[in-house]
Design a protein around this ligand. Sequence first.
Ligand code: DC
Length: 230
Amino acid sequence: MKKIIIAIDGFSSCGKSTMAKDLAREIGYIYIDTGAMYRAVTLYCIEHRLFNADGSIREEELRSRMKDIHISFRLDPDTQRPVTLLNGEEVESRIRTMEVSSHVSPVATLGFVREALVRQQQAMGKEKGIVMDGRDIGTVVFPEAELKIFVTASAEIRAQRRYDELKAKGEEASFEEILHNVEERDRIDQTRKVSPLRKADDALLLDNSHLSIAEQKEWLKSQYERIVHA
Ligand code: DC
């Protein structure tokens, strides 16, 4: 069967990674969550005190340290889910906190950070057989991807999903704060100068506001099958 590249882009917290991960597992593809890579760089900045008190980044310091930041993924043997490693250390849950979520946008706007991560992402997809999710996969990382999906859902629904997720993990969360964070990230993602979030002209649009996870999964699988059997 021919191997393809599947690029899944869209707004934050719209369930992209769940559907991408499930499809990858089902069809035996590698799954890469590029948001986790921007989050891991952000965690590195927090832990190495590269943020100023006003939330801005000590850019030159980060630029000189990019060569020391190594991000990789491995499959958790118990859950069979990918986990993120930062310089060899597992950071999967530490990159999903509100603190990282609220610091990640300025990191993701830096051209030199994006260049370094995009280069790694392109290398990961060299052999195809990959499902990658993010904001710029169909537009910048793999403009030649055979299947591109652009996922969206209303901000309120995405905030509610994020709220439920944090609560389920036993974390304190305020719906208002999460909604504000979702809207703020949408704004920054869409208006930043470098690689703004936008639907590629040839991407399929999926609004999943009122779809169940199972329905989305089925839809995505049928799109994959349409392409590989064409
Ligand atoms: O998908 P996520 O919420 O985990 O992504 C975290 C942040 O990283 C988000 O604010 C947008 C940014 N991002 C990006 O700019 N480009 C990508 N390819 C993936 C994520």
